[in-house]
Design a protein around this ligand. Sequence first.
Ligand code: NAD
Length: 296
Amino acid sequence: MAIKVGVIGLGNMGGGMAATLAGKGFEVSGFDLSDSALAAAQAKGVNPVKDRGELIRSVQVLILSLPKAEHVEAVCLGEQGVLQLGNAGLIVVDTTTSTPEASRKVAAELRAKGIAFIDAPVSGGPKGAASGTMSMVIGADDADLARALPVLEGMSGVRTHVGGVGAGNVAKIANNMLAACHLISTAEAVNMAAKAGVDPAKLIEGLNAGSGRSGASQVMFPTWVLNKAYDSGFTMGLMRKDVGLASDLCNAMDLDLPLSRTVAQLWKASAETLADNEDFCAIVQRTNAQLFGRGE
Ligand code: NAD
């Protein structure tokens, strides 16, 4: 019999994950506060459920793809949430870029009721979610991970088990701190080379064959920056949240990382000119509006 999977949060990422699993034979139901997200998921083979409690009660694996840790805590521990309504044996897979503290707190409370929680934040963007090729960094007990594996394999291409609950969040925050840094440092390299007379596209081609390459040079610049499309499906608001999570994590440990601190300041200041719903790659425009702007 098909595994019954629920997805709460059917946005850019969760919508793709739900559709991918439905396409692979899982029995997938979805819930979202937005009617348009529900309708879009329904069109891709997902059973739309209007009552969140009904979804929580009826599934074996529950995937969360929510904006922030506070949403995860509310859905898991709040009124009519997972703690109240989930059956013993349920596995919650949280793909939200959340915090290690929230994951550990939620996991401990759910565990007392026989419900497992693992943090499995993702990389690969909406394209990766819709094609089942995302990568995951996973924080989980071995036994919980083994039980969740058939569903995780259905929705991702690469999985790295980095430690116990919360470790996946730490690894994802580290990943996005680097991505935030690489976008700005690559933009600065393009600025320097352009001023010295080298074409940005040619520079990126050269960097990608050399040791200066990164996700920014290999994916972000060719796909969303140089063509001025700025349509990655990942917003400025969510990336600023992630950079803030890195700062919070460092502060909580009294860890001062000068380069990361500077990068975090640049992302925070970007709110002056770049709204939350702008594409995250638009940060490069702050280094040179003429070179990277849309030219409108
Ligand atoms: P999104 O804003 O497109 O989707 C979030 C969805 O959650 C929305 O449809 C919203 O209506 C819904 N939602 C919010 N609160 C809810 C609640 N209480 N109950 C039910 N639904 C609720 O965001 P996204 O881009 O899909 O990102 C989701 C998570 O994945 C974030 O934590 C983000 O940082 C992370 N992430 C995003 C990307 C990306 O490329 N977009 C990549 C990796 C990780």
